[in-house]
Structures are given as structure tokens and as C-alpha cells.
Design a protein around this ligand. Structure first.
Ligand code: PLP
Length: 411
């Protein structure tokens, strides 16, 4: 029953996911090393080190299996932000020092973990092409093709958008890059378990992952570096003991790696069924909201010029309703003040954009890029359903959202 739900209800699974209890269980002995005796530096030659090394290597196998690559292609990092920085700067910065050169192609709807390093590289002289997207959030293939030149060193794109959930046409993009011999990096941290893997690592040469987006611990991620001809030569950003094939020095945190491995295995085994349930429940929630808030439109596939009219009582979906992350529901609420909408969400933990941008009063750059007006972009909610979401929570969310939106509209 909706009334029995404890609040606030967490519906922000794109920002982070709670650690799955089964993940915590396998991490626990490594966190309590003084009690369990399970601790060690994976680089040490004695028995403690050997056990730690085995645990890290098992985790590497589990993460590799999640995206269908060889374990030797998995480089552990502190999270997706570091992986993305390593992929982008690692490909553009010359190994011997000096100014970066060449072209880098990315898009306007990327996460800040991509946009910020890209801006820095642009200031240093890299020829950056930031592709626009269409109103569903896709880079047009022709625009990508036209942006590629012999000087292009890397294409870096989101596989699944963390705000509007749009899933990139991975195969087509990968085919284009491969046919030109240009390395492709996917920021894939929202994707595991939810984007079917037609091809290993979705055809990317570099793939950034994060444990805390898949019910693992915060503070660990991976950069997948595919073996290919010619092989990729990345410049490491952190140097020290030569760990992780000299690409990321520093002791691998064993407990976190073990947790990441367990989370990856659960995502691989349970992801497809979980996705199906989340998609069904997300669609239920949207239909419910549209039913309660009159003149709303269940799936926004109107041309942009029609939308720009912005009737005062619209509720419009952002992203592609037919090809989005299953737990993602992002919509704009016309006729209400954006700041008041967000501050009214006391019983439901949702966001208006990426969590890392929530201190920024600017409207979401993703929503602006798909053509939403400033006012509509501000009056938007990103809801993320996840593994521990219940139907009772969604009933509560539907009732609460309907009440709040009606109140703000003075209905
Ligand atoms: N890329 C995307 C699409 C994200 O959603 C996030 C997390 O918010 C990141 C990168 C950064 O990940 P991390 O928190 O692991 O550094």
C-alpha cells in the first residue's frame, strides 16, 4: 500500500545505487581485515599479498565478463570520472610531453566528466568538435561521419545518457569509427545490465565503467582498453608503481574491487530480467502521471516547432521513450516554476539533472541541447528506478507528484 511507504522514497538511481547486500557480504571480510585476517597488498609476494591478488584478479574476470572482454583489458581506476579522463587525456596528451594536437569528437549531451577535460584540451590547442544532438538526444550519424578527419584521435560519446536515458546506436557508431580506424570511447557507466551487449563492450576501444552505478561500492571503476591493431598508446595520468599495466599506478583497493566484481556478476546475471521489470514499472508510472494530469502527452514525438509553443499544462517526456534506459523517466512540467518544483519534492528523492551539477542553478545542458526552453528545462524531473524500487513506492510517487504539480499549477 502506498500509505505504508517510508519516506523519502529514493528514485535517483542514476546518481548512485545502494550497495547490494550480496555485494556487501563478499566485501565485508576484506573491510574487516584485522578481524578476518583477509588483507594484503596485491603487489606483495607473501601469502597475504597472494590472496589479495587472487581476489583482485577474480574481480577483473567478473568485470570483463560483464562487457564481454578479456580480463587483461580491464584497468581498475577510482571511478568513471578518472576512467574518462584517462581515456580522453590519455589518447590526446603526447607521451613525451608537449602540447596535445589533433581532433577530438564528442557531443553536447556528455557528462561533465567528459566535457570538463575536453574544454581543458581545447584550451591547450586540441581541435574539439562537439556534435549537436537531435530532439531525442541522438548524435546524427551523418554529422559524426562529417566530423571525422585523418587528424581525429578519438571519438568519445555516452552509451546511455545519465539524464534522459537515451541509448546510443552503438553498432552504427562503432562501425563508422572502425571503418575510419578512429578509436571510440564509450562513457558506459549507466549501461551495464540495461543495454544488451550485441557485441563485446558495444564495439568500443575504450569503455568507462563505475561500480556505484551497478550496486557496487563508490570509489572504484574501470577503463576497458581493448587490444587492437595498431594498439592504443595511452599516456598515464597517475604514475607510481606501474600498477594496472603502467596505466594507473596505485594499490588497487581490494575490498572495493571485490565488491565491483560481485556487482558486475549480478548485473550480468540479473540485468535482463531487472530491465524488463523496470521498463514495465517506469511505463506504468508515466501512464499514471499522464492520466492524472490532464492534457499531458504520453510520448512526445512531435516536431520541435510544435513543442516550442509550450501549452501551459503540458507534461512532456524527455528523451526517446522507445529506446531509453529502462529505469529512466525524465519529463518537463509546463506551467510551473522549476525551482519550486524541485523544492517541493520533499518526500521523493529525485533530481532535475545530473547529481554532480545539482549545485549549478543553470538548467540542464542536456535538456537545452534537445531543444527544451530554459523554463521547461528548469521545470524538469529526472526519476531513476532501480533494483530496490517497489510498486508501493511508485504508487506513492504517482500520488505525490500529481498533488504537487496540481498545487503548483493552482489547480
Ligand atoms: N558518466 C556518467 C554518465 C555518469 O552518470 C557519472 C556519474 O554521475 C559519471 C560519468 C561519473 O562517475 P563516477 O562518479 O564514478 O566518477
Amino acid at each position: 500500500m502506498a500509505s505504508a511507504v517510508s519516506t523519502p522514497v529514493y528514485l535517483d538511481y542514476h546518481a548512485t545505487t545502494p550497495v547490494d547486500p550480496r555485494v556487501f557480504e563478499v566485501m565485508q571480510p576484506w573491510l574487516a581485515g584485522g578481524v578476518s585476517g583477509l588483507f594484503g597488498n596485491p603487489s606483495s609476494m607473501h601469502g597475504f599479498g597472494e590472496r589479495a591478488r587472487q581476489a583482485v584478479e577474480q574481480a577483473r574476470v567478473q568485470v570483463a565478463a560483464l562487457v564481454g572482454v578479456d580480463p587483461q583489458e580491464v584497468i581498475f581506476t577510482s571511478g568513471a570520472t578518472e576512467s574518462i579522463n584517462l581515456a580522453i587525456k590519455g589518447m590526446l596528451l603526447p607521451r613525451g610531453g608537449g602540447r596535445p594536437t589533433g581532433r577530438l569528437v564528442t557531443s553536447a549531451v556528455e557528462h561533465r566528466a567528459t566535457l570538463d577535460p575536453v574544454k581543458r584540451l581545447a584550451r591547450q590547442g586540441v581541435d574539439v568538435v562537439c556534435l549537436e544532438v537531435n530532439r531525442l538526444g541522438y548524435v546524427e550519424l551523418l554529422h559524426l561521419v562529417n566530423a571525422l578527419t585523418p587528424e581525429t584521435r578519438l571519438v568519445s560519446l555516452l552509451l546511455a545518457n545519465n539524464e534522459i536515458g537515451t541509448i546510443a546506436p552503438a553498432e552504427a557508431i562503432s562501425d563508422v569509427c572502425r571503418s575510419r580506424g578512429i578509436p571510440l570511447h564509450w562513457d558506459a557507466c549507466q549501461a551495464p545490465g540495461h543495454v544488451p551487449w550485441e557485441s563485446p563492450a558495444w564495439g568500443g576501444d575504450l569503455v568507462s565503467l563505475s561500480a556505484h552505478k551497478i550496486y557496487g561500492p563508490q570509489g572504484i571503476g574501470a577503463l576497458i582498453v581493448r587490444k587492437r591493431e595498431p594498439s592504443l598508446r595511452l599516456t598515464p595520468l597517475i604514475e607510481g608503481g606501474g600498477h594496472e599495466q603502467h596505466l594507473r599506478s596505485g594499490t588497487v583497493p581490494v575490498a572495493l574491487a571485490v565488491g565491483f566484481g560481485a556487482a558486475a556478476e549480478l548485473a550480468r546475471l540479473e540485468g535482463p530480467a531487472e530491465s524488463q521489470r523496470l521498463r514495465m514499472w517506469r511505463d506504468w508510472l508515466w501512464t499514471e502521471l499522464c492520466g492524472h494530469l490532464k492534457n499531458s502527452r504520453p510520448a512526445d514525438r512531435q516536431p520541435l516547432h510544435v513543442m516550442s509553443a509550450e501549452p501551459p499544462d503540458w507534461l512532456c517526456r524527455n528523451g526517446d521513450p522507445e529506446r531509453a534506459l529502462p529505469g529512466n523517466l525524465n519529463f518537463s512540467v509546463a506551467g510551473v516554476d522549476g525551482d519550486r518544483l524541485l523544492t517541493s519534492m520533499v518526500d521523493i528523492a529525485v533530481s532535475s539533472g545530473a547529481a554532480c551539477s545539482s549545485t549549478n542553478p543553470e538548467p540542464s545542458h542536456v535538456l537545452r541541447a534537445i531543444g527544451r526552453s530554459e523554463a521547461l528545462a528548469k521545470a524538469s524531473l529526472r526519476m531513476g528506478l532501480g533494483r530496490f524500487t517497489t510498486m508501493g513506492q511508485l504508487e506513492f510517487a504517482a500520488i505525490t507528484l500529481t498533488r504537487v504539480i496540481r498545487q503548483l499549477r493552482g489547480q
